[in-house]
Design a protein around this ligand. Structure first.
Ligand code: HEC
Ligand code: HEC
Ligand code: HEC
Length: 129
C-alpha cells in the first residue's frame, strides 16, 4: 500500500527544488548595482577617447598601445577624439588620471569578474595603490 498524499507532497517538494535556480534568479533582482567609479584626482574631465568607447574598448586600446611601443618603439598616441597627444603607458598615463586604481579599474573588474594579469609586471604607482 502507498500513501498518495505523501507522494504528492514529495513530488511538489521535488519540483520546487529542481526549479529553484530559475525562480531564485527571478526573485533576486537581476544583478548587483554597478560600482561607483572614482573620478580622476588631477582635475582631468576627459579620457584619451570617448567614455563610451573606453568602456567597451579599453582592453583593445591597451593592446594596441603595447604593440606600438614594443614592436614599433613609438610612444606617442594621438587621440582621435581631441587630437591631444599622450604617452602610451599603462602605469604613467592611465593610472596618472585613474589614480585610485582600486576604486576604478579594480572596482569594475571585480564587479565584472575579470582579473587582468598586467600587474605582475607593470608597476602600480605608489599613489595609485
Ligand atoms: C587625461 C586623463 C585620463 C587618462 C590619461 C585616461 N583616462 Fe580614462 N577616463 C578619464 C575620465 C575623466 C573619464 C570619465 C569621463 C566621463 O565621466 O565621461 C574616463 C573614463 C574611462 C573609462 C570608462 C569609465 C566608465 O564610466 O565606464 C575607462 C574604462 C577608462 N577611462 C580607462 C582608461 C584607460 C585604460 C586609460 C589608459 C589607456 C585611460 N583611461 C586614460 C580620464 C583619463
Ligand atoms: C566600466 C568598467 C571598467 C573599468 C572602469 C575598467 N575596466 Fe578593464 N575591463 C572591463 C571589462 C568588463 C573587461 C572584460 C572585457 C572582456 O572580457 O571582453 C575588462 C578587461 C580589461 C583588460 C583585459 C583583461 C583580459 O584578461 O582580457 C585590461 C588589460 C583592462 N581591462 C585594463 C583596465 C585598466 C588598466 C583600467 C583602469 C585604468 C580598467 N581596465 C578599467 C571593465 C572595466
Ligand atoms: C611578463 C611581463 C608583462 C606582463 C604580464 C604585461 N606586460 Fe605590458 N609590457 C611589458 C614590458 C617588458 C613592456 C615594455 C616596456 C617598455 O618598453 O617601456 C611592456 C609594455 C607595455 C605597454 C606600453 C608601455 C608602458 O609602459 O605601458 C603597455 C600599454 C602594456 N605593456 C600593457 C600591458 C597590459 C594591458 C597588460 C595586461 C593585459 C600587460 N601589459 C602585461 C611586460 C609585461
Amino acid at each position: 500500500m502507498y500513501d498518495a498524499s505523501k507522494i504528492v507532497v514529495g513530488l511538489a517538494v521535488f519540483v520546487v527544488l529542481a526549479t529553484s535556480p530559475l525562480w531564485y534568479n527571478a526573485l533576486s533582482s537581476a544583478s548587483p548595482a554597478a560600482p561607483e567609479l572614482s573620478q580622476p584626482t588631477n582635475g582631468s574631465t576627459e579620457c584619451v577617447e570617448e567614455t563610451a568607447f573606453m568602456r567597451a574598448n579599453h582592453m583593445d586600446l591597451l593592446d594596441q598601445w603595447r604593440d606600438t611601443v614594443v614592436r614599433d618603439d613609438v610612444r606617442t598616441y594621438t587621440s582621435e577624439m581631441s587630437g591631444k597627444t599622450y604617452t602610451m603607458s599603462l602605469s604613467d598615463t592611465c593610472l596618472d588620471c585613474h589614480s585610485k586604481k582600486d576604486q576604478f579599474c579594480d572596482a569594475c573588474h571585480t564587479y565584472s569578474a575579470v582579473d587582468p594579469y598586467c600587474w605582475t609586471c607593470h608597476v602600480v604607482p605608489e599613489e595609485a595603490q
